[in-house]
Write a protein that binds this ligand. Structure first.
Ligand SMILES: Cc1cc2nc3c(=O)[nH]c(=O)nc-3n(C[C@H](O)[C@H](O)[C@H](O)COP(=O)(O)O)c2cc1C
Length: 174
């Protein structure tokens, strides 16, 4: 059994190398629409999307994250031409899960447009360190929102195999 949705899910990979070609406004609009069409608990839509194509800002977040992580992870954004930072409303138990669903839709939409992406948790270190307030403001997180996850996007310059599927992760209770 195959169809376009199943093919996109199956073909998507984390892309950790990008061509410099810019991600266009139209492509971003399509991905952000897909993100906002995601389901969310009680339809709260407790997410916010910050699009960054400014290399200097991405570099600044990378530097802070690496500083707070304590060891050098190199470029945690893989020199991607665009990064979307998703922040989530504080104090609502489903905010980060809903943001995770939204980031999956972005990854699948990116793939459907011929773009690559990688979902990123490491930038969290920039938003939970001593300069948390500065970085929350720099990235225009709304008041009472916190970093949930990010996604780097661009034309892929690398390929990788599908991840191996761990066994023993399914039970049927009949
Ligand atoms: C919540 C989350 C956080 C992740 N954080 C990072 C990250 O900071 N850096 C990175 O290179 N990959 C990150 N990944 C990508 C995973 O390593 C990747 O999805 C996994 O190895 C499976 O590979 P695949 O995406 O190619 O199927 C993250 C994925 C998820 C879902």
């Amino acid at each position: 059994m195959s169809n376009q949705v199943l093919s996109a899910i199956s073909e998507r990979r984390s892309v950790r190398g990008y061509k410099p070609d810019p991600v266009t406004d139209e492509q971003l609009g399509i991905m952000l629409r897909a993100a906002q069409e995601s389901p969310s608990a009680r339809n709260e839509q407790p997410w916010h999307f910050t699009v960054v194509r400014n290399k200097e800002i991405i570099r600044e977040v990378n530097e802070e994250a690496n500083k707070n992580l304590g060891d050098d992870h190199g470029d945690i954004f893989y020199d991607a031409p665009a990064v979307i930072f998703i922040s989530a409303e504080r104090g609502w138990k489903w905010s980060k899960l809903d943001s995770g669903i939204a980031v999956t839709n972005i990854a699948l939409a990116a793939h459907s447009l011929g773009l690559g992406s990688v979902i990123l948790g490491l930038p969290d270190a920039a938003f939970n360190g001593p300069r948390e307030n500065y970085f929350n403001k720099l990235l225009k997180f709304p008041e009472n929102y916190e970093f949930a996850v990010a996604i780097a996007i661009g034309a892929p310059n690398t390929t990788k195999e599908a991840h191996p599927i761990k066994p023993g992760k399914i039970a049927y209770v009949n």
